[in-house]
Ligand binder design. Structure first.
Ligand SMILES: Nc1ncnc2c1ncn2[C@@H]1O[C@H](COP(=O)(O)OP(=O)(O)OP(=O)(O)O)[C@@H](O)[C@H]1O
Ligand SMILES: O=P(O)(O)OC[C@H]1O[C@H](OP(=O)(O)OP(=O)(O)O)[C@H](O)[C@@H]1O
Ligand SMILES: [Mg+2]
Length: 286
């Protein structure tokens, strides 16, 4: 039996989801641009639907698992198994008010104020938890315009760079939720389904784990090896390999954080290392 995985058909998450699945060897083989299903090879089949509908489809068992924003999962109110954080689509659901409106924090929101949001449930819950009664104005997009149209006093909307809020003269005054893309599954999947989903999780996880790492190789003077160990801790300490006719040099291989690669290279050069080579890693299984 093919496992159906619900993926966003368009919008913010769709390209990165496809890229991640492709990198994990689950190549999206769609028959055309507008295809609604696609084979992912092996035991998986993708169904392409709106990111917003994915929590419902997965909770109802129309798909065995799905990838969508955590914000949409929470807004749906459906109980799902959270399998993994995919680390892209990072954004925050925030309370924002007009810059000149005199709001500095959610405490400044007064009884009965109108809050425009595409996330009416999370908005209602957020203010209810704080004992503030507000009137939620549900909108299906472009919530940022609502205060200017006079249909709301403040908004609860997603932000990442902050440029949309700024462009609309709004200032963030509080955070409702932190979000990113997540792999979710319906509760109570049978054991064999769970096993296949575990394999999917491992495949995606190994790609994510490799993304912020690099494989580094260098020829190291033998008498610098001890100090190289401090520069290249690696996963289990660096691998040391003999070089044919290498003289005083041996080759050292290690997995290192991509973020600090320039510092690592400079430190190796300072220790007399030569022939430094850095490559990307496709997958990393811990
Ligand atoms: N500015 C952003 N930065 C990063 N991630 C975002 C941002 N905005 C939205 N997202 C994430 O992407 C998800 C889908 O948003 P997207 O804009 O693609 O769909 P939508 O607007 O809900 O749907 P549609 O375009 O079909 O009406 C959001 O639920 C959120 O998790
Ligand atoms: O903080 P920023 O980087 O400016 O991003 C925030 C904007 O991104 C999302 O909209 P999107 O661009 O997805 O458009 P949409 O309203 O059509 O969904 C969100 O609804 C904000 O409007
Ligand atoms: Mg959007």
């Amino acid at each position: 039996m093919l496992l159906k995985i619900a993926l966003p058909n368009k919008g913010r998450l769709s390209d990165e989801v496809r890229e991640l699945f492709n990198d994990a060897g689950l190549e999206v083989r769609a028959r055309g641009e507008r295809a609604l299903t696609a084979s992912l090879g092996g035991e998986f089949e993708a169904i392409f639907v709106r990111a917003q509908d994915i929590p419902e489809f997965v909770a109802d068992g129309a798909a065995h698992a799905g990838v969508t924003g955590w914000d949409l999962v929470c807004e749906s109110g459906r109980e799902l198994d959270l399998l993994m954080d995919l680390e892209f689509g990072r954004c925050r659901l925030v309370v924002a008010a007009r810059e000149e409106g005199g709001f500095a924090s959610p405490e400044d929101v007064k009884e009965g104020m109108r809050v425009a949001s595409c996330f009416p449930r999370l908005t209602q819950e957020f203010f209810a938890r704080r004992g503030q009664r507000v009137a939620v104005v549900p909108v299906s997009g472009a919530a940022e315009i609502a205060p200017h149209l006079g249909i709301a006093d403040i908004v609860v909307d997603l932000t990442s760079t902050g440029s949309t809020l700024k462009m609309n003269g709004l200032r963030e005054v509080g955070t409702v939720l932190e979000s990113s893309a997540r792999l979710v599954a319906c509760k109570g999947n049978p054991v064999d389904t769970q096993q296949k989903l575990d394999e999917l999780k491992q495949a995606l996880g190994s790609v994510l784990a490799a993304r912020d790492k690099r494989y580094l190789m260098a020829n190291v003077p033998k008498d610098s090896l001890i100090r190289v160990r401090e520069v290249l801790p690696g996963l289990n300490g660096p691998t040391v390999v003999d070089v044919l006719d290498g003289g005083d040099f041996v080759a050292v291989h290690a997995v290192v954080p991509a973020k600090t690669i320039y510092r690592t290279i400079n430190a190796l050069k300072a220790l007399g290392c030569e022939g430094i080579l850095v490559t990307r890693i496709e997958r990393l299984m811990a």
